[in-house]
Design a protein around this ligand. Structure first.
Ligand code: CA
Length: 225
């Protein structure tokens, strides 16, 4: 699955130019033209990285970053700042942005920053196993343990479980699950999510083990004890 980058930029011309370049580089992209839309996009679609313009029409990049970090959303953020806004830059890093680049920036330089940050995020991601209740998921080996019992997965089963492990106790809608695990349009009537939830439950919830993936009727699913 290719990395999805959220472009948060109120100037349409700049946003579209960035989008063209990123797509040319093989990334998927989404554009948000203001801070609130950006937050909704991040909460719903878990992008791999956010390019965040500092000055936005509603809530600025600093506020967006602050809200995300307060809610333990650790998506990598590169802040796009004006040349003379050094105090803003420092503030951005202080409250949890990962990197910044000064406008007007060179596109090659921006791409280098993006790749470096994605690499770093990925290595952090693969080092740390996910833990929930007595379930441990190891990104490096793509294996899980329920207690001491070893569990192996197919690629999609793993992607689905990793999504739940990244968002424990958070109800994930069918659309969120779909957008994160299946990156093509399957049509609204498909029961593929139900099918894969059944596969996962068969593997991680043997008859004597408490249920971990709970159904939220009419909405989706949640990893919860
Ligand atoms: Ca702006």
């Amino acid at each position: 699955m290719s990395e999805r980058i959220l472009i948060v930029e109120d100037e349409e011309f700049i946003a579209k130019a960035l989008e063209r370049r990123l797509r040319h580089e093989g990334f998927k992209t989404t554009i948000a033209y203001n801070g609130r839309t950006a937050l909704v996009q991040i909460y719903n679609n878990s992008p791999s990285l956010v390019l965040l313009d500092l000055t936005l029409p509603d809530i600025d990049g600093i506020e967006v970053t602050r809200e995300l970090r307060q809610n333990d959303i650790d998506v990598p953020i590169i802040m796009l700042t004006a040349r003379d806004a050094i105090p803003d830059r420092v503030k951005g890093l202080d409250i949890g942005a990962d990197d910044y680049i000064v406008k007007p920036y060179n596109n090659d330089e921006l791409m280098a920053h993006i790749r470096a940050l994605l690499r770093r995020a990925l290595s952090i991601k693969t080092e740390e196993p996910y833990q929930f209740a007595d379930l441990t998921l190891e990104p490096a080996s793509r294996l899980a343990y329920r207690g001491k019992r070893l569990i192996k997965f197919t690629a999609k089963e793993y992607d689905l479980l990793e999504l739940f492990m990244r968002h424990p106790n958070q109800v994930l809608t069918r659309d969120q699950i779909f957008d994160n695990v299946w990156d093509y349009d399957f049509g609204g009537e498909s029961n593929i999510i139900e099918v894969y939830i059944r596969y996962l439950r068969a593997k991680i919830e043997k008859e004597h083990e408490p249920r971990l993936i709970q159904t939220v009727r009419g909405v989706g699913y949640v990893l919860r004890e």
